[in-house]
Structure formats: structure tokens, C-alpha cells
Design a protein around this ligand. Structure first.
Ligand code: ARG
Ligand code: ASP
Length: 706
């Protein structure tokens, strides 16, 4: 009897092992995924999914501005992404007089579209498995350094050999820690213009309180357009550019979704780490997360205080606040989820099974050695990785003055080709940093962050002499005398010749202190951390190779690495805790339930209230209301925001934008029972464009194609 229970348990565990692996398929290697989608009712073809020569879904999907995803929804290059992905752009095009964040923005014609300097989108036209070529001449007994140099040489050679058009370029990236390599043929379009955005009360409805949560009621979308040279090729911004004519765009469907419907999410997931061993998950959740959460909490409190007191400060800090709060909350959820799903126990069990399996197949010794070496390497990583994270959080992410010092440091160390051009770029960034900050806030952030650093930086990495200085006097000094706090000093600096420039930096005591800290980082913390990280990566490559050999996982789908992936699932609710079931669809009724007049997270535009009162829902109505958000079982991560949610007919029914609270640990441990992605329903998007934005031109452009 006991034996039976135990084997049942084993069976259950191994099932969940298969389940928790990565599910983000590389499009050129997604046949197996495609057949599973067909079983779930997919009516598009394998060639629609991805094809290197014919127009296919990947031709209608772009990486948006290096981070998010966007999709093309009209023959005139109109693209749809999240509001939170376009937010930085919308904010930088706004002022208190033209406040597109607050009021939204709808271009009535091409002429009214607003160029977004610096924004770009990236297409992936072709994906080629080049593992064999990259690993040619590599053998298992090579030192990691030797191996890398062979790999680098092979990559350089391959880049020359792969045929591309003049406007394309090739990237070759490691997958599964360098057990697999793919070449990606890409195109960047650099003339991107803002076309439409709802007021942030709709686009960001629920803001940080609702972030990473279900039920959700956010209209998280914005519209841009890709512009191209008259020959349809990529070009820098020019008034002569024309709307890009795509090879493929998604038809927007107003059919909606219901529980059980197939859903395909296709985009650019940033980073997952599904195959980390138990002690590595402990490192992330027990060593790093608590410290990062703690630091961000302090910074958020300060920003919040000032933002509530003053509208100008609110506008300046709102984007920074949202960015900092996003991962602060994510890490909190991640730690809860790792605990609740017994991830560490499960991972330990996987390691045990792995060793058993390896033993049976004659590589037990090697498997044991690798895991042991990894464990030791993670011990070694603890101090430098903690130091690195404390440094980045206190001296960069949450510290305006110090972040600026980094830019000036880059400027100071500039030489060689294109000096003037690179200097101008850095200056732009410094100036825009000044526009987004205020010394009242910056000073308090500085003091709090320096105090944290002084207290918590591991001794071996702390600059003790520097921190004998009184932090408050230090802050006063920067505020009164330093170019870190005075943009007019920066403007003067920009006009100086090189010697004068050096002289001025030398005499700026605030900047000198900052530089000492930056030198500490580049001289000590970063090299030590990356030395150990390097070692870990090499061990992880061997570990994943042995994992593949062990056959423990059915398909070892590579972790996300900011490359194009697809993930499918279905529309489905979940049980967040015993006795509670979450429905997979939310509606406008729920938006109204959450409405708090004047609140900075739950306010609504008056016009929306009117539409609701009059039940003026147009074509977007179903069951007497408008569907707003829905849940799916697709495996997604940061970077998947803005990804198209595609139905069985290959049409666009939603835009991905978030995950649920109970599933925020999915980057480390994917549990299909409770991990869900959250999408905006296209009917809500169209309702907002049509009824709230009254942007008939856009409705026509999107719907007339149908
Ligand atoms: N959690 C989502 C993602 O990781 C949405 C973030 C946008 N909202 C915010 N408060 N920052 O990007
Ligand atoms: N909100 C994320 C993004 O911006 C998506 C996620 O983490 O689920 O990419």
C-alpha cells in the first residue's frame, strides 16, 4: 500500500516536472506546438505561423523600442501595443498644456501623428538553427575560454556568410545556455509616430494597486505607426517618409473569446530561468529579492510623497514610479508564489530524479560533479551578486543624481570615432533626465539610498573612507555646487573644449565622489560578479545538456532570451485559493464598480461614465456590457507586453499585458494550475477608440480591412 502511494506520488511529481518546463517555442521549430494547437482547433496553417519566405505572422509582429512587443493591424503600418509600453513616449510628448498622459491623444490624420524621436521597432524575418556551425570544432574537454573563442570565431564567420538584404542584419544568439544557437535576420524601422492613446485613467486604470492582479479592468493599449522611406525600406525620421506597407497584418476580430478557446501569444519574452537548480532559486528569492524589495520600498515612499503634493512632480515622476513599482511588486509576488508552489522542494526532487536517471544511463558521476560545482559556485556568487544588486538599486535605479553621474562618466570616457555624435546622444539623455527629475525629490532619494548602501553593502565591497563623510552634508554640497544637480552647469560643460571640460569635472566635488563609487563598481564589484556568473553559465550549459540527455523533460524548450517566441494555451480561469474560482473575463461593469472619483488610480473620464449610463456600447457590446480583460494559460514574461493574442482563425482578439499575482513566480517555476497571462479584449480597445476617442478615422482604418 505504502509502495503504491509512493509510486503515485512519483508519477504525480514527474507529471508536474513536464508541466513546469518552459513553453515559449522558437517559431521556426514549433511543428510540435502547431500540432497541439491544431488539436485545440487552430485553423491557420504551419506556414502562417512562421515562414522564412512567405508572409507569415512573424511579419506582423515587432519588438517595440527594444523591450515590449507590438503587432501590425492595418495595411498602412498601424501598430498596437500596450499603454504602459508607449508610456515613456506619450509622457515625453506631453506638457501641462498638452497633457496626452492625462487626456489621451488621437491623431485625426497622418499629419497629426507625432514623431517619437529615438523610438524604433524590430522585425525578425528569418530564424535559422546554426548550432552545428557555431559548435564546429568545439569539444567537451576544452577550457571554457578556448571554447568561447572557437564559438566567437564561428559566429563572426557565419555572420558574413548568411545572405541578407542591405537593410537587414544578423544576430546569432545562444539558447539553452549555449547548447543551441539560432541566427536571426532582423530589420529595424526607426521612424515611429504616436497615433493614439487613451487617457491614462483608462490605459492605466487600477495602476499599481491592480498591477499583477486579477480581476483586472485596464485599457492598456496605445497605437503607433511605422513609417518607411518611399521604397518601403527602413529610414531615419524624415517628413518625406510614408506609412509602412506591411507584408502581413492581423485582422482585428470582434468575435471575442470564451472559456476554453485557443489563444496564441506571439512576441518577445525577455527572460525566464526554468531550469535553475533549487539552490539558485534560493539565491534569487532569499538573497536578492528581499534586498531589492526593501530598497525600492524606500524610494517609492519618497516619490509617492512628492507626487501627491504637486502636479508637476507627479507628471515628472509618474513613469519612473511605475517602473520601479512594477518589479518591486513582482518580486514580492514571486517570493510568495515560490513558497506556495513548493518550488524549491520540487526542484530538489527534480535534481534527485536527475541524478537517478543519470546513474541509470551511465553519466551519474558527471551529473553529480556538475550539480556540486554549481552549488559551490552559487555560494561564491552570494556576496558579489548581492553587492552588485545593492549597487545597481541604490546608485542607479533609485538615485537620480547618481544615475546622471553614470552618464557624465560615459561622456568623460568618450573618445575615438563619432565623438561629436556620441556626445550629443549622451547630452540628450542627460537633459531628458533633468526634465524627469526635481532636486527636492532627488536629494531625499540620494540621502536614503546612500544610507542604505553604507549600512548594507557587504564589507568587502564597501568604500569605507568615502562613507566617513556625513551623508546630509554631502547631499547639501551636491545640491548647492554640483553639475549633478544643475542643468545650466551641464549646458556650460557642453560648450567647453576638452581641457576645460576635464578641469571642470575635476573641480566638481559632487561628481568626484560619484566617480569614486562608479570606479569601485567597475573595478571590483562588476568584475568579481561576472567572473562567477561566467563560471555558472558554463556549468549550466553542461547541466542542461545532461538534463536533455536524461530525458526527464519531454521537450526542453529554451528559456526566454528576448527573441521571438510563441506560446499557446486557452482562455481559462483559475482557483487562487481553496474555495475561490476566478472567472476568465472581466467587463465594463467591473470598471464601474472600482470607480473612485478623483482617485489617482481609479478615476475615470466623464465621457466613459456617460457612455456606460446610456449603454452606448456600439458593436462592442455583449451580454449588456463590454468585455474588458481576459485570462489565458499562455506562458509569458516581461517583454511579452503588447503581444498579439490570436484566436483559432488567426485573428487578433486581444493584447497581452500582464500576469496574475499567484503566478508571478512563473519565470522561475511555471505552474500551469495557477499561472495565467492577462490580455485586453479587442472589443474594449475598439470601444475606447470609437466611443471614447471618437477616432472614426482609426476605426475605419482598422475595421475597413476586414
Ligand atoms: N506588470 C505588467 C508588466 O510587467 C504591467 C506593468 C505596467 N504597470 C505598471 N504599474 N508599471 O509590465
Ligand atoms: N507586463 C509585462 C511586460 O511589460 C508582461 C509580464 O511580465 O507578464 O512585458
Amino acid at each position: 500500500m505504502r509502495k503504491l502511494t509512493r509510486s503515485f506520488y512519483l508519477f504525480f511529481i514527474s507529471l508536474s516536472i513536464f508541466a513546469q518546463q518552459n513553453r515559449m517555442w522558437v517559431p521556426s521549430d514549433a511543428q510540435k506546438a502547431y500540432y497541439q494547437m491544431m488539436e485545440k482547433g487552430a485553423r491557420f496553417s504551419l506556414d502562417d505561423l512562421y515562414h522564412p519566405e512567405k508572409p507569415s505572422f512573424n511579419d506582423a509582429i515587432v519588438q517595440f523600442n527594444g523591450g515590449c512587443t507590438a503587432e501590425i493591424i492595418s495595411p498602412q503600418g498601424l501598430i498596437l501595443t500596450n499603454h504602459h509600453c508607449g508610456y515613456g513616449i506619450i509622457q515625453s510628448l506631453s506638457s501641462l498644456e498638452h497633457n496626452y498622459v492625462e487626456d489621451g491623444f488621437w491623431a485625426g490624420s497622418y499629419e497629426e501623428e507625432l514623431p517619437a524621436p529615438g523610438a524604433y521597432v524590430t522585425f525578425v524575418r528569418r530564424i535559422v538553427n546554426v548550432t552545428q556551425q557555431v559548435l564546429q570544432g568545439v569539444s567537451d574537454d576544452m577550457s571554457p575560454e578556448r571554447r568561447q573563442s572557437v564559438v566567437d570565431k564561428n559566429i563572426a564567420k557565419l555572420k558574413q556568410e548568411i545572405q541578407t538584404e542591405p537593410w537587414q542584419y544578423v544576430e546569432i544568439k545562444p539558447y539553452l545556455y549555449g547548447n543551441i544557437y539560432y541566427a536571426l535576420v532582423k530589420e529595424d524601422y526607426k521612424d515611429i509616430r504616436l497615433v493614439g492613446a487613451p487617457p491614462s485613467s483608462v490605459g492605466k486604470f487600477g495602476a499599481d494597486t491592480d498591477n499583477w492582479m486579477w480581476p483586472r479592468h485596464s485599457g492598456d493599449f496605445s497605437l503607433f505607426r511605422i513609417y518607411a522611406a518611399p521604397d518601403n525600406r527602413p529610414a531615419e525620421y524624415s517628413p518625406d517618409n510614408v506609412p509602412y506597407r506591411p507584408e502581413k497584418y492581423f485582422k482585428v476580430s470582434l468575435d471575442g473569446v470564451k472559456e476554453g478557446d485557443l489563444i496564441l501569444v506571439y512576441g518577445f519574452p525577455g527572460r525566464t530561468q526554468q531550469y535553475l537548480p533549487s539552490f539558485a532559486v534560493e539565491h534569487v528569492t532569499q538573497t536578492l529579492n528581499p534586498v531589492r524589495i526593501d530598497i525600492r520600498q524606500r524610494a517609492l515612499d519618497i516619490m509617492d510623497k512628492y507626487m501627491r503634493s504637486n502636479d508637476t512632480l507627479k507628471l515628472k515622476y509618474t513613469s519612473t514610479y511605475a517602473r520601479v513599482a512594477n518589479y518591486w511588486k513582482k518580486w514580492k509576488g514571486e517570493n510568495l508564489g515560490i513558497k506556495k508552489s513548493n518550488a524549491i522542494e520540487n526542484k530538489r526532487y527534480i535534481e534527485k530524479l536527475f541524478l537517478q536517471q543519470a546513474g541509470t544511463n551511465g553519466f551519474g558521476e558527471e551529473a553529480g560533479r556538475v550539480l556540486e560545482a554549481l552549488k559551490q559556485a552559487y555560494n561564491e556568487l552570494e556576496a558579489p551578486d548581492l553587492a552588485r544588486n545593492i549597487f545597481i538599486e541604490t546608485m542607479y535605479v533609485n538615485n537620480d543624481w547618481m544615475r546622471r553621474a553614470f552618464l557624465i562618466y560615459q561622456w568623460e570616457n568618450l573618445h575615438g570615432d563619432n565623438y561629436a555624435q556620441r556626445k550629443a546622444k549622451i547630452l540628450d539623455r542627460i537633459r531628458s533626465a533633468f526634465n524627469r527629475t526635481d532636486n527636492r525629490v532627488s536629494k531625499e532619494l540620494f540621502i536614503r539610498m546612500m544610507a542604505y548602501y553604507k549600512q548594507k553593502m557587504p564589507e568587502a565591497y564597501k568604500n569605507k573612507t568615502l562613507f566617513e563623510k556625513n551623508i546630509i552634508l554631502w547631499a547639501d554640497e551636491i545640491e548647492k555646487t554640483s553639475l549633478l544637480a544643475d542643468s545650466s552647469k551641464i549646458n556650460r560643460l557642453a560648450l567647453m573644449d576638452y581641457n576645460k571640460f576635464q578641469e571642470a569635472l575635476k573641480n566638481d566635488s559632487g561628481y568626484n565622489l560619484a566617480r569614486t563609487l562608479i570606479d569601485d563598481y567597475y573595478g571590483k564589484i562588476a568584475p568579481e560578479q561576472s567572473r562567477v556568473k561566467e563560471k555558472i553559465n558554463n556549468l549550466m550549459r553542461v547541466y542542461t545538456k545532461l538534463l536533455m540527455q536524461s530525458g526527464l523533460y519531454k521537450d526542453m524548450v529554451p528559456d526566454a532570451n528576448s527573441t521571438l517566441r510563441l506560446s499557446f494555451g486557452e482562455v481559462r480561469g483559475y482557483e487562487p485559493r481553496d474555495g475561490v474560482y476566478y472567472e476568465p473575463v472581466s467587463t465594463l461593469d467591473g470598471v464601474m464598480e472600482k470607480y473612485i472619483p478623483g482617485d489617482y488610480e481609479f478615476d475615470l473620464p466623464e465621457q466613459l461614465l456617460k457612455l456606460y449610463e446610456q449603454k452606448d456600447f456600439g458593436n462592442y457590446e455583449t451580454g449588456g456590457t463590454v468585455p474588458v480583460n481576459f485570462l489565458g494559460t499562455a506562458h509569458t514574461t516581461g517583454g511579452n507586453s503588447g503581444s498579439p493574442a490570436i484566436n483559432a482563425k488567426g485573428e487578433l482578439v486581444g493584447i497581452n499585458f500582464d500576469r496574475v499575482w499567484e503566478g508571478t513566480m512563473s519565470d522561475l517555476f511555471y505552474d500551469p494550475k495557477i499561472c495565467r497571462n492577462i490580455m485586453v479584449d479587442m472589443r474594449y480597445v475598439m470601444f475606447v477608440i470609437d466611443k471614447l476617442g471618437k477616432a472614426q478615422n482609426l476605426v475605419n482604418e482598422i475595421i475597413q480591412n476586414q
